[in-house]
Unconditional design. Structure first.
Ligand code: SIN
Length: 495
């Protein structure tokens, strides 16, 4: 094992450096490999197979073969496997969190939070597996009876991002396996290790051979993605990532009209009204902005603060952020880890410079940094005040721990500004007024609204967006439907 931290793993077999097809740990057909890097130290922590289109086709074929029998299993059987997997996740939470911190950078406490969140989807979809029933439909023709049944779509390709490498796997795969689909996983090339650890546990939970397959790639991601989209054997594809890639996948899936769920980029407004409680607003903002170092699709990107509370809120926020410790996620006391890429640091610095050029002032931070002499991709937690709507952050996701404060005067004005963008995923409002909660929540063009809180994630709640943030919902009652089709059966009962 390349990293000394990895020697702390209690279950060494959770650290896999191969792809996984039909119950075999495999290399790439081309024998090529790529390295996985710890973004805090830039140390290489693993070397994995750079899998190809041929490997992808082998994984799809294995999943398709397995589907022929898996589709006939009962919801109760599938629920049993999901619950065992859920229990194994919690049993091995320390190991899973360690692997996650090493590949993604998020602090260990946050990584444990993600493992718990990831496991919750397995528990939730275990329950849903037995509730995929159809309905009896009253027929207009007295000679007929009509009913519907729900059936699994087939092979599901699950493409997960690097920001929540474990939770986005289980949110997709848990639903797919519960529905009776078999799966091909494509974790992000930056963070494949925690998904491979999950594959070990899922197999141990008892899923049949071929129900789970994992393709690892960093450099062949475009070809592998296209192979998944264009295969006639893949009947469902679920992707979390950028709007740019989501649009490309939608084009490629149009070839066979493969059913698609897309959870894409956001530009969440976080709106603090004059009547907000300062402490509630600050704590919610901290959660909405700093989770995973600001690298979430629902991160608070444009923080709109009403004039009457602006100065107090800005001052309280700066005081709260000042005490956050930036560093290596495996060290205790660290609140903010590195960004996952160097280009993310460059982008954030570009946004800060652009904000300054448009008249903003820096209340805190503002630069890249190297805490404890670490070589990784760190940036100081930053607060920018007096943002202009001309700034780049008004249109682009910052994806870094950079808080951009925009002053506003009225409710109408702020709702119009919040909606003036191409995407609509998350949003947050902080107010003590019940009528305002309803009016603003109904008026925002988004998929999710958080009221007086800073996290939108719950396995029982549908997650997804509108506009160019994509379509489909994950989690909740709706999550499993994405992997099912409704078949209608019409019967002549008059002989
Ligand atoms: C995301 O950023 O895409 C997912 C965040 C979450 O589920 O909370």
């Amino acid at each position: 094992m390349a990293s000394t931290s990895l020697s702390q793993l209690k279950r060494k077999d959770l650290f896999q450096q191969k792809g996984y097809i039909a119950e075999l740990w495999v290399d790439s057909a081309s024998s090529a490999t790529f390295d996985v890097t710890n973004p805090a130290t830039l140390e290489t922590i693993a070397t994995l197979p750079e899998m190809t289109v041929a490997d992808t086709e082998a994984a799809i074929a294995a999943a398709h073969e397995a589907f022929q029998t898996y589709k006939k299993t009962t919801g109760r059987q599938r629920a049993g496997w999901l619950r065992r997997w859920y229990n194994l996740c919690l049993e091995h939470i320390d190991d899973l969190a360690l692997v996650l911190t090493l590949e993604n950078g998020k602090p260990l406490a946050e990584a444990k939070g993600e493992v718990t969140y990831a496991a919750s989807f397995l528990d939730w979809f275990a329950g849903e597996a037995e509730r995929t029933h159809g309905e009896v439909v009253p027929a207009a023709n007295p000679n007929q009876r009509i009913l519907t049944i729900k059936q699994p779509l087939g092979v599901a390709a699950c493409l997960a991002p690097w920001n929540f490498p474990i939770a986005m796997i289980t949110r997709k795969v848990g639903a797919a396996l519960a529905a009776g689909c078999t799966t091909v996983w494509k974790p992000a090339g930056e963070t494949p290790l925690s998904a491979l650890a999950q594959a070990v546990l899922a197999q141990e939970a008892g899923f049949p051979k071929g129900a789970i397959n994992v393709i690892t790639t960093l450099n062949n991601v475009a070809e592998v993605g296209e192979a998944l989209c264009k295969s006639k054997l893949v009947r469902k594809l679920s992707f979390t990532g950028s709007t740019r890639v989501g649009k490309l996948l939608a084009q490629q899936c149009s070839q066979n009209l493969t059913k698609l769920s897309l959870e894409l980029g956001g530009n969440s407004p976080f709106i603090v009204f004059d009547d907000a409680k300062i402490e509630t607003a600050v704590e919610a903002c901290l959660l909405a902005k700093f989770r995973n170092s600001g690298q979430t699709c629902v991160t608070a990107n444009r923080i709109f603060v009403q004039e009457g509370i602006y100065d107090k809120f800005a001052a309280a926020l700066v005081e709260r952020i000042k005490v956050l410790k930036v560093g290596n996620g495996i060290d205790s006391g660290v609140n903010i880890g590195p960004l996952t890429h160097n280009r993310a640091v460059e982008k954030a610095i570009g946004h800060i410079n652009d904000a300054k050029a448009n008249g903003a002032s820096i209340l805190l931070g503002g630069s890249a940094c190297q805490p404890d002499n670490l070589q990784g991709y760190f940036i100081q937690p930053t607060v920018l005040s007096g943002m202009s709507t001309k700034s780049l952050t008004t249109r682009e996701e910052v994806f870094a721990p950079v808080v951009a404060l925009y002053p506003f005067k009225t409710e109408e004005e702020v709702v119009a500004q919040a909606n003036d963008c191409d995407v609509g995923l998350g949003s947050f409002i902080v107010t003590e007024s019940m009528p305002r909660i309803w009016m603003v929540a109904e008026g925002l063009e988004v998929g999710m609204v958080g009221v007086n809180l800073g996290i939108l994630s719950a396995c029982e709640c549908p997650f997804g967006g509108v506009k160019e943030s994509g379509y489909g919902r994950e989690g909740g009652r709706h999550g499993i439907d994405e992997y099912l089709t409704t078949k209608s059966i019409l019967m002549n009962v008059m002989g």
